[in-house]
Design a protein around this ligand. Structure first.
Ligand code: ATP
Length: 361
């Protein structure tokens, strides 16, 4: 059975479905999805009467706590985009289809936070509202499925661990006509990484109705005036990071390393003098470091022995390490070590930049 159906997950902010707690193991369930709504399906314990939870974070604006200042922290970034829609239309006059992307904090009073940074009560969302003519929604939905697939490739996730889960009508948010959850096989189980939803014209229409401001779009070619519909890819920063780390983490006999796609590695390279107590080596290494740093994110390390320095760069996923040794002082060559194979090559100092440019691309 799909975990989400019977065990409580956040599933969209707002009032949750009624949930019952197990008095013994403290897990929380949707009783309407259980064979026996009085008995815990995990430990057989007794379940409480169902209760509703509000997953929106409540607060009060202003110095006096009262109904007039009652407000809620946003549970998704999407609405900011709909609020900006008119500004964009009026100042840039974009033609459909076009997308607006925003990144920012979202807050949900999650019932069961956990699994490291997978589910937290404060998190960062990256959302795109892609405005379209409603008659073309299927075409643009397919387009976004492909774009998401391309993105997953870029961040290096294994295709075999990704699932596109078509959400049934009864499980979808009320405003959505089609939703696909993009799930990833995390070490703790398969769960939602991103969402992709066709939200119809629900949001703009509702903002327009409640504010009295016309949010329709005028198509100058067809002379049609209508409220655009949206396709929304919705992505969590923390879940992206967690999936990338899970995918990249590698353990070998004598080392642990992060096999990050090169584009995601925080440092592309690191420069070391073989020995920190030989001023000539340090001086030469500093020279190399300064020249490489101008082109690539580059770390400097002169602590401990060279082996430890390699391993500490491996742990943060640095693809190439450059070492300045005694031979460098004689012939202007350095060793360059590959993170994944641990193989070392000797190259000329003046070839370092082109070597990195070629191998990191
Ligand atoms: P779930 O079913 O896991 O609670 P959801 O369906 O409620 O997720 P959406 O409302 O579709 O999530 O939110 C879009 C994206 O925001 C999710 O795919 C996820 O990447 C991220 N996200 C949602 N809730 C959280 C959270 N509590 N902590 C971290 N990221 C979250």
């Amino acid at each position: 059975m799909n975990r989400k159906v019977w065990q409580a997950s956040g599933h969209e902010a707002g009032f949750s479905d009624p949930l019952a707690d197990c008095k013994k193991c403290k897990n929380r369930f949707r009783p309407d999805k259980l064979e026996n709504p009085k008995v815990c399906p995990m430990c057989g314990g007794e379940l409480t009467e169902p209760r509703q939870f509000n997953t929106m974070m409540k607060t009060f604006v202003g110095p006096v706590e009262g109904e007039a200042g009652l407000t809620y922290l946003r549970p998704e970034t999407a609405q900011g985009i709909f609020i900006n829609f008119k500004n964009i239309i009026d100042s840039f006059h974009p033609k459909l289809p076009f997308g607006l992307a925003q990144i920012g904090k979202a807050f949900r009073n999650e019932i069961t936070p956990g699994n490291f940074i997978f589910r937290t009560r404060e998190f960062e969302q990256m959302e795109i509202e892609y405005f379209i003519n409603g008659s073309e929604w299927e075409k643009w939905f397919k387009y976004w499925v492909n774009e998401v697939k391309n993105w997953l490739k870029i961040i290096g996730l294994d295709e075999e661990k990704i699932y596109f889960h078509d959400i049934a009508g009864s499980e979808r948010a009320h405003y959505s006509k089609k939703t696909i959850d993009i799930e990833y096989k995390f070490p703790f189980g398969q769960d939602e990484l991103y969402g992709l939803a066709y939200r119809t014209d629900f949001d703009l229409k509702t903002h327009s109705e409640k504010s009295g401001v016309d949010l329709s779009y005028f198509d100058s070619e067809t002379r049609e005036k209508f409220i655009p519909h949206v396709i929304e890819p919705s992505m969590g920063v923390e879940r992206t990071l967690l999936a990338i780390l899970c995918e990249a983490y590698q353990e070998e006999k004598e080392r642990v390393y992060l096999k990050l796609p090169f584009a995601l590695a925080p440092y592309k390279t690191a420069v070391f003098p073989l020995l920190a107590n030989k001023p000539q080596l340090v001086e030469k290494a500093k020279e190399v470091y300064k020249s490489v740093k101008g082109c690539f994110a580059c770390a400097w390390d002169e602590r401990g022995n060279i082996g430890k320095r390699y391993y500490s760069q491996d742990e943060i996923g640095t693809p190439y390490c450059i070492t300045i040794d005694f031979q460098t002082l004689e012939d202007e060559t350095v060793t360059i070590r590959n993170r994944d194979t641990m193989e070392q090559e000797r190259i000329k100092i003046n070839a370092i930049i082109s070597y990195l440019a070629k191998n990191l691309s």
